[in-house]
Design a protein around this ligand. Structure first.
Ligand SMILES: [Ca+2]
Ligand SMILES: [Ca+2]
Length: 228
C-alpha cells in the first residue's frame, strides 16, 4: 500500500516536472537556457532582445495556469526594458524593445512587466503591469493598467501567476502574491475572432539601459489545443 502510494507520488512528481521543462520552449534572439528551470531572455548588455515560445498551443475554451518566476535584473535607475507575455495564434514575436514583444501583432493579447519609462507610450515612472490587446504599446489603448508595482529590478525572483477562467471569462495576474491585473473579457470571441487555439511566448529586451532578464518555469497547467 505504502509502496503504491510512493510510486504514485513519484509518477505525479515526474508528470509535473515533465510539464515544466525549459526544453519545451523555442528560443529566439539572445534567449539561452540558464539551468533546468530558467531561461535567460537577455544578458546584461545593450540592445539585446530574446524570446521563448512554448511549443504546445493552448485551448482557451479550457482553464490554464502559468506559474513562473521573473527576474528583471538588479539595475533600477539604469535598468530596462522589462518582460512581456504574448498570446497569439502563431509563434511570432512582435517588435521587442519598448514594444515588449507584442507591438504590432494582430490578433494578440499582451501582458507587460515594464521596468523602463517610455514617455511617448504613456508609461508611468515606476515599474508597472498592463494588459494590452492587438499589439498597441501605448497605454491609452491598454485594457488594464498601467498599474504601478514596487521596484522589480532588485535581483530577486518574483513569483508570477497567470490564470484564465474560461467560464467567468476572467484573466488574473498575480505578482508576488498580490493581484496586479484583472481582465474580464471573452478572449476567444473579442480578441481571437472565435479561434481558441493560441500559442504563448515571453520576450524581453534591453536598450541603452540594460538588465539580465530571466523567466523560471514552475508549473504549467493547460489543455493542449488539438492540431488543425
Ligand atoms: Ca517601457
Ligand atoms: Ca524599477
Amino acid at each position: 500500500m505504502r509502496l503504491t502510494f510512493l510510486a504514485l507520488s513519484l509518477f505525479l512528481a515526474s508528470c509535473v516536472s515533465a510539464q515544466s521543462s525549459v526544453q519545451e520552449f523555442q528560443l529566439g534572439g539572445t534567449a539561452r537556457i540558464l539551468n533546468d528551470e530558467c531561461i535567460r531572455l537577455t544578458p546584461d548588455a545593450q540592445y539585446a532582445s530574446g524570446s521563448a515560445w512554448y511549443e504546445k498551443a493552448i485551448d482557451l475554451t479550457r482553464p490554464f495556469e502559468l506559474t513562473v518566476c521573473l527576474v528583471l535584473g538588479n539595475r533600477d535607475e539604469l535598468g530596462a526594458d522589462g518582460i512581456g507575455f504574448v498570446f497569439h495564434p502563431v509563434m511570432r514575436t512582435g517588435y521587442r524593445g519598448e514594444g515588449m514583444g507584442f507591438a504590432g501583432l494582430v490578433p494578440s493579447l499582451g501582458i507587460e512587466f515594464d521596468t523602463y519609462q517610455n514617455f511617448h507610450l504613456g508609461d508611468p515612472a515606476g515599474d508597472h503591469v498592463a494588459i494590452t490587446v492587438n499589439g498597441q504599446p501605448h497605454h491609452y489603448a491598454s485594457l488594464v493598467g498601467p498599474n504601478e508595482v514596487p521596484n522589480l529590478e532588485d535581483g530577486n525572483k518574483h513569483l508570477l501567476w497567470i490564470q484564465w477562467d474560461p467560464f467567468r471569462k476572467q484573466l488574473t495576474v498575480q505578482l508576488d502574491g498580490k493581484e496586479r491585473a484583472l481582465l474580464q473579457l471573452d478572449l476567444v470571441k473579442e480578441v481571437f475572432a472565435g479561434k481558441a487555439k493560441v500559442f504563448w511566448g515571453v520576450t524581453a529586451a534591453t536598450g541603452r539601459k540594460t538588465n539580465a532578464q530571466d523567466i523560471c518555469i514552475k508549473k504549467l497547467v493547460f489543455a493542449e489545443a488539438q492540431p488543425d
